[in-house]
Ligand binder design. Structure first.
Ligand SMILES: [Zn+2]
Length: 409
């Protein structure tokens, strides 16, 4: 078998970062009439490139399939809209954006972010591949081009609209299959004295927090600041500053500029690079050890669930987020170990988790059936959810998280 090739430097990918086995795409929830049909599973085998250190998952599901009719509207999340508004305020102050400025956002979704720059009178343009989502943006007054960004499309947009003082790519960089072509698209869009800002989940936090449930098929690259710099350098962009954010379990926001005019980076860049080096992320061997910790977390979780079953205790899951599916499929958990899941999203009710076929019900089912044990799937929202589930203590329910390590509380 030939090894897949690195999407940054084209070297053969021979080194495993973590192999989570086979899993269905994590957002492919099933209807009842699909349960007896076949289901497609794809490998979740993450590699680290020995040449450039980019941690990556080969593309199994095409970007067109994932993004063309995307069901996720960012504006449904209040905290996300707030995050976007704060970002626009910060960018305006930092770069001195005014009515003569031009801002482009890539993967602009339903205009959740650019609505704030439009409101400030700053000329704004969204680029969004999903036509149905772009329509929602246009309806709220955010001009949007429906396309995938690459070098060629970036040039076309710049010819029509001019080049931007600020190009924003928040939480899309890790999700594009051809990351170098995408970065070149960013370079084509930005003015010579402009800036590109990118938000990415930070590989360092993923490793430290054992956040392996953030690995799924649509998440192609797992980036450090070091590898982000390398990708951007291929496109003629240099990172000049970085901020560490708490979103998505720990993210980086990088600020870059065209290399010819970038100047010296801030001390924050050196600091994050030093943190990464201290964790070993500047060498291939420094990436070892994660797979073993993931296996241990799985062993503990499965052992716990089997123990609950043997003791005659019934287990339910709270929350049916896409990322929970990586965990459940990797652990081989089925309906015999977790009877049902509940979720607040009505679109998921009556459907089944991909691969594991665990049924999803409204939250009220907890009070009706009083399970003995409740696994909190979005473990990063543990404090908030523990408050919401206070009433389950009435019948003595125990709450559990599987990550960063198994904990009953
Ligand atoms: Zn490489």
């Amino acid at each position: 078998m030939t090894a897949p090739l690195c999407r940054l430097c084209s070297a053969e990918l021979r080194r495993t970062f973590v192999d989570l086995g086979m899993s269905p795409p994590c957002e492919s929830y099933l209807a009842a009439d699909q349960l007896d049909a076949g289901e497609t599973f794809y490998p979740l085998h993450v590699r680290v490139c020995e040449q450039c250190l980019l941690v990556q998952l080969p593309v199994h599901v095409s970007a067109e399939d994932i993004f063309s009719d995307y069901a996720y509207f960012s504006s449904y999340s209040d905290s996300w809209v707030r995050h976007a508004r704060d970002f626009v305020d910060l960018a305006q102050a930092r770069l001195g954006l005014d009515r003569d400025s031009f801002v482009v956002e890539v993967a602009s979704n339903d205009g959740y972010l650019l609505q704030h720059s439009v409101a400030k009178g700053i000329r704004s343009l969204g680029i969004e591949p999903a036509a149905n989502v772009a329509e929602a943006a246009v309806a709220r007054g955010v001009p949007t081009e429906v396309l995938f960004l690459g070098e060629e499309t970036g040039r076309k947009v710049a010819e029509i609209h001019g080049r931007a003082d600020l190009v924003v790519a928040n939480n899309v960089f890790a999700h594009v299959p051809d990351i170098v072509d995408f970065a070149r698209g960013l370079r084509a869009l930005v003015a010579e004295d402009g800036h590109v800002t990118i938000e990415i989940p930070h590989l360092l936090r993923l490793i430290e927090g054992n956040e392996y449930d953030t690995i799924y098929h649509e998440h192609f690259s797992y980036l450090s600041l070091l590898t982000t710099q390398r990708v951007l350098a291929e496109a003629g962009l240099t990172v000049v500053d970085v901020q560490e954010l708490s979103s998505h379990g720990g993210s980086l926001r990088t600020w870059s500029a065209p290399t010819e005019r970038a100047g010296a980076p801030t001390g924050a860049v050196a600091k994050v690079l030093a943190d990464e080096a201290a964790a070993g992320l500047d060498t291939v061997d420094g990436h070892a050890g994660f797979a073993e910790r993931v296996s241990r977390a799985r062993d503990d979780f499965v052992e716990f669930l089997v123990g609950e079953r043997r003791a005659g205790r019934r287990v339910a899951a709270y929350g049916a987020p896409g990322k929970g599916n990586t965990l459940l499929n990797h652990c081989g958990v089925r309906g015999d170990l977790i009877s049902f899941a509940v979720d607040r999203n009505p679109h998921k009710h009556g459907r089944f988790l991909p691969g594991t076929h665990i049924p999803i019900s409204p939250v009220e089912r907890l009070a009706d059936e009083r399970p003995d044990t409740i696994v909190v799937m979005p473990w990063n929202l543990r404090t908030e959810i523990t408050h919401q589930l206070e009433y389950t203590r009435e019948w003595g329910a125990r709450l559990v998280v599987a990550l960063p390590h198994l904990e009953v509380f």
